[in-house]
Design a binder for this molecule. Structure first.
Ligand code: SF4
Length: 333
């Protein structure tokens, strides 16, 4: 299923056809051109040949059914992951990939071991959301929010990501509110500055994972390009411009960034900012050990005691290779 090919195929048709097709594919979630009966039979037959609607994927369900992970095979044979997280509140969140592999080299990340294979197109990103929309529609449910936190650094594919955001937000297509869309970056300053200028109020998340430059450098090579001071200055500018709360993601890794002094240092770093911290338990991929549950709780309490709003991210899909890139890297091997 390639949305750009479909648009190209409809170029010679009257304008209302595009509207009809958008409704059929993104609202009615039809996966067979023959069922789009508002279109003339001849056009349906042509589209069935030139623009197939299938989305080839292997599907993995966690035992508790809270997580569904898919390995999508793209037209050139490469594979990417996407995850559906079914929250107890009833909200369904899809975590999408933006690159095949990633060149950023974070040392805790399975995707990083692939390097950059290529960037995804917006059609390939929306196919990930469409796959889960179709799946959920069988239970009369829908995708409620999107996080750009899958394989790849989204700001390395900035224009495509923003095109995708507009498609997700389009009332004639997915109609997902900008407030329910979050983009997570490892800290590419130019991307944060550009996002501050966008008219759509999407959320910004920063993968921080360290309370000082030395710790951050151990986990994230980008810390050698930009210091925390530079990152915080740009984030202050973003908050001043948008008045939107920034989410700092902090992956807890035993012995590296989870000591009491790190929690206190982090609280000082973020004090007074319009922000919150989301603590993430590490899904072990071989190199590091995860902080214990008690350790995560202790870190949370210390942050809270020091005036920082904090939550702990529920661990989704540990039994189905929950960490980003684990399935795709296994598959490519
Ligand atoms: S954590 Fe994100 S930015 Fe870092 S290597 Fe993995 S995918 Fe890339």
């Amino acid at each position: 299923m390639d949305w750009h090919n479909i648009q190209t195929a409809l170029e010679g048709e009257p304008g209302f056809r595009l509207k009809q097709v958008k409704k059929a594919l993104f609202v009615d979630l039809i996966d067979d051109w023959d069922k789009v009966t508002v279109l003339p039979k001849k056009l349906r037959e042509e589209l069935a040949i030139s623009c197939p609607l299938d989305i080839p994927a292997q599907v993995f369900h966690s035992k508790d059914e809270a997580t569904v992970k898919v390995l999508l095979t793209l037209s050139d044979g490469v594979q990417i992951e996407s995850v559906l997280m079914r929250h107890s509140t009833g909200r369904n969140t899809v975590c999408v990939s933006t690159l095949v592999g990633c060149p950023m080299g974070c040392t805790f990340c399975a995707t990083a071991t692939m390097g950059l294979v290529r960037k995804l197109t917006s059609s390939e990103i929306i196919a990930q959301v469409l796959f889960f929309s179709r799946l959920l529609s069988k239970e009369n449910e829908r995708v409620g929010s999107i996080v750009f936190m899958g394989m790849g650094e989204p700001f390395l594919n900035y224009d495509v990501v923003m095109d995708t955001v507009r498609i997700l937000n389009d009332p004639e297509m997915f109609s997902i509110g900008a407030r329910h869309i979050s983009i997570s970056t490892c800290g590419i300053l130019e991307g944060i500055q550009k996002l501050a200028e966008e008219s759509l109020p999407v959320n910004l998340a920063i993968s921080l994972h360290g309370s000082n430059d030395e710790v951050r450098k151990q986990l994230m090579p980008i810390a050698r390009t930009y210091t925390l001071k530079e990152l915080m200055t740009v984030i202050d500018g973003y908050i001043e411009k948008t008045h939107r709360k920034v989410m700092f993601e902090y992956l807890l890794v035993e012995g590296i960034n989870d000591k009491d002094e790190h929690a206190i240092e982090l609280a000082h770093l973020l004090k007074g900012k319009l922000c919150m911290v989301n603590l993430i338990s590490y899904n072990e991929t071989g190199k590091y050990t995860a902080t214990t549950e008690q350790g995560v709780e202790r870190f949370k309490k210390l942050l809270r005691k020091n005036g920082i709003e904090v939550s702990i991210r529920f661990r989704f899909g540990r039994d189905i290779e929950g960490a980003c890139g684990q399935l795709a890297t296994k598959s490519s091997k």
